[in-house]
Ligand binder design. Structure first.
Ligand SMILES: Cc1ncc(COP(=O)(O)O)c(C=O)c1O
Length: 464
C-alpha cells in the first residue's frame, strides 16, 4: 500500500533519497560522495536533532538567522492549520483577513510608513523595491530618468539576477553575469578593514561621504534608489558607526534618491531593537523584510513604503495615457493566508515574551563574553549588535592577514564536533570568508551563551 504518513520514515531510505535526489543550497556536492548530508528532523527551543539522533544547539536560528521564536511553537502551527482549513488561498489581487491584520501590525511597528506589499522571499521583496524605483522613473515627471539603484559593497540582497546585481559580494556573483544595467556600487563601511585606510573618528566617515562621489560620477538625475542593509549581515556583521546613516540620508534627500532599507535579516528583533535601522537616526522611504517575519515557519516577505512612494502609482484608470501607471506586479504566493497567520502568531509571541528586549540583554551579554576571547590567537575583530555578532579570524593580528578557507573549515568543524551549529561568511569574498557568526533564536538564555563561548574557546585554543 502506498505510504500516506509522510512523517514516517526509514533512516537509510531517507539518507539514500537525499543523496539520490536532492541538490542542496550553497554546497559543493562532490563532498557527498564520501560524506553524508545532515538531515534535521526535529527542533525544540534552540535544539535540533538530526536523523541519526544527534542533538545540536543551533546558534543560527535555522541556518539563515530566521527562526526568531525558536522551534516547536505549536501555537504557530495551529494558527496556520486553522487558517488553511478556513481559507487556504486566494491571490493577492483580493484581500484576506490575516493579511490585513498583519499589514496593520507592520505599520504599527513602522509608524512612518504607510503601505505594505507582500511577496514570498527577501529577494522578491527587494525586486519589488527595484521595480517601484524603475517604474517611478518612467511615470513620475519629477523622477524621470532616475532608474539606477546604488548598493553597498559587502551587502547581500538576494539570489535573483536583479538582487544579485545589487549585491556587493564577488563570490556570490561569480559566473552568474552579465548583471543588469543601472546597478552601481558604493564603498562598504567596515571600520576593521576601512576602504580608505582610515581610523574612526578621525576618518570623518569618508565611507558615507563617498556616496556623493558616486552620485556625481553617475549623475544624480539617473539615480532613483540606494539599497542598504541597516547592519551588513552575510557580508560579515558590519554595524556602521552612528554618524553613518544621517550622512547617507542627507545625501539621498538632497538628490531625491529613495533610501531602501533591507531589514530581511535585521528586522523582528535580531539586533535588540525591532528594526535594525532603529539604532540610527534615519528614516527610510522603503523597507523590505522577510526571514523573521513569520519566524520562517512559513515563507513571507514584504515591501513597505511611505505614502509619497505609494502616491506615485495612483493613476486615473479612465485616462488612456496614464491607464497603465499603477504598480503592475503580481506574486502568486505573495500575501496568501497561511503565512500571514504564522506571522501574526510569531509577532504576538515576540511581543508577549519580550523577545526584542531579550535580544538586547542577552545580545549585550553575548558580545561581552566574546570580548573575553579577544586575546586568543586568531581573533582579529569581534563585532555585533543584539543577537547578531561575529568573530573575524586572522592569522596575524597586526597585518590582519585572514586565515585560510581550510583553517576556517577546521574551526567550523570543531564547533560542530561539540554539537554546536554556528554560521560563517560563506562563498562571499575572495580571502575573507573568515567571519564566524552567531545569530540564535531570540529566546536564547545566558547559560546557552556560556555553552557557545566555552566551545569557541576550545575551537580556537587548539592549534590549527
Ligand atoms: C540582507 C538580505 N536580503 C535579502 C536576502 C534574500 O532573502 P531570500 O533568501 O529570502 O530571498 C537575504 C538572504 O539571506 C539577506 O541576507
Amino acid at each position: 500500500m502506498e505510504k500516506t504518513n509522510w512523517l514516517d520514515y526509514d533512516t537509510d531510505e531517507i539518507v539514500k533519497g537525499d543523496k539520490n535526489c536532492l541538490w542542496h543550497h550553497l554546497k559543493p556536492h562532490k563532498v557527498f560522495e564520501t560524506q553524508e548530508q545532515m538531515i534535521i528532523v526535529e527542533g525544540e527551543g534552540l535544539n535540533v536533532t538530526d536523523i541519526r539522533g544527534r542533538e545540536y544547539l543551533d546558534v543560527t536560528a535555522g541556518g539563515v538567522w530566521s527562526i526568531m521564536v525558536g522551534y516547536g511553537r505549536e501555537s504557530i502551527a495551529k494558527a496556520v492549520y486553522d487558517q488553511l482549513v478556513k481559507m487556504p488561498y486566494f491571490a493577492g489581487v483580493y484581500g484576506n483577513v490575516p493579511a490585513i491584520k498583519f499589514a496593520e501590525k507592520l505599520l504599527e511597528k513602522l509608524p512612518r510608513m504607510d503601505k505594505v506589499y507582500f511577496s514570498n522571499s527577501g529577494s522578491e521583496a527587494n525586486e519589488k523595491a527595484f521595480k517601484i524605483v524603475r517604474q517611478a522613473s518612467r511615470i513620475v515627471p519629477e523622477r524621470k530618468g532616475k532608474f539606477k539603484i546604488l548598493f553597498r559593497d559587502r551587502d547581500y540582497h538576494g539570489t535573483t539576477i536583479a538582487a544579485m546585481s545589487a549585491t556587493g559580494q564577488i563570490q556570490r556573483k561569480q559566473d552568474f553575469g552579465p548583471f543588469l544595467d543601472g546597478f552601481v556600487e558604493i564603498p562598504h563601511c567596515c571600520c576593521y578593514r576601512c576602504p580608505f585606510d582610515k581610523t574612526y573618528p578621525e576618518c570623518d566617515i569618508e565611507c558615507a561621504h563617498a556616496l556623493e562621489d558616486v552620485i556625481a560620477k553617475e549623475g544624480a538625475d539617473t539615480i532613483g534608489g540606494l539599497i542598504v542593509e541597516p547592519i551588513t549581515a552575510g557580508g560579515g556583521i558590519i554595524p556602521p558607526v552612528k554618524e553613518y546613516y544621517p550622512i547617507i540620508q542627507d545625501i539621498c534627500k538632497k538628490h531625491n534618491i529613495w533610501l531602501i532599507m533591507d531589514e530581511v535579516v535585521c528586522g523582528f528583533g535580531r539586533t535588540g531593537k525591532f528594526w535594525g535601522h532603529e539604532h540610527y537616526d534615519v528614516d527610510p522611504d522603503i523597507v523590505t523584510m522577510a526571514k523573521g517575519l513569520a519566524s520562517s515557519y512559513e515563507p513571507l516577505s514584504a515591501t513597505v513604503v511611505k505614502q509619497e512612494v505609494y502616491n506615485c502609482f495612483l493613476n486615473d484608470p479612465s485616462n488612456e495615457e496614464t491607464r497603465l501607471n499603477y504598480f503592475r506586479d503580481i506574486s502568486t504566493y505573495g500575501g496568501c493566508a497561511g503565512p500571514m497567520a504564522a506571522a501574526l502568531e510569531s509577532t504576538r509571541i515576540i511581543e508577549e515574551e519580550e523577545l526584542v528586549e531579550n535580544s538586547q540583554v542577552i545580545g549585550d551579554y553575548f558580545l561581552e563574553r566574546l570580548q573575553e576571547l579577544k586575546d586568543l590567537p586568531l581573533i582579529g575583530d569581534i563585532r555585533g549588535v543584539g543577537l547578531f555578532c561575529g568573530i573575524e579570524f586572522v592569522r596575524d593580528k597586526k597585518t590582519k592577514e585572514p586565515i585560510s578557507e581550510g583553517e576556517m573549515a577546521t574551526l567550523m568543524g570543531r564547533m560542530m564536533a561539540q554539537n554546536i551549529i554556528v554560521g560563517r561568511t560563506n562563498s562571499s569574498f575572495n580571502g575573507l570568508n573568515t567571519i564566524m557568526n552567531f545569530a540564535p533564536s531570540l529566546t536564547i538564555t545566558k547559560e546557552q551563551v556560556d555553552t557557545v563561548i566555552a566551545a569557541v574557546r576550545i575551537a580556537v585554543e587548539e592549534k590549527l
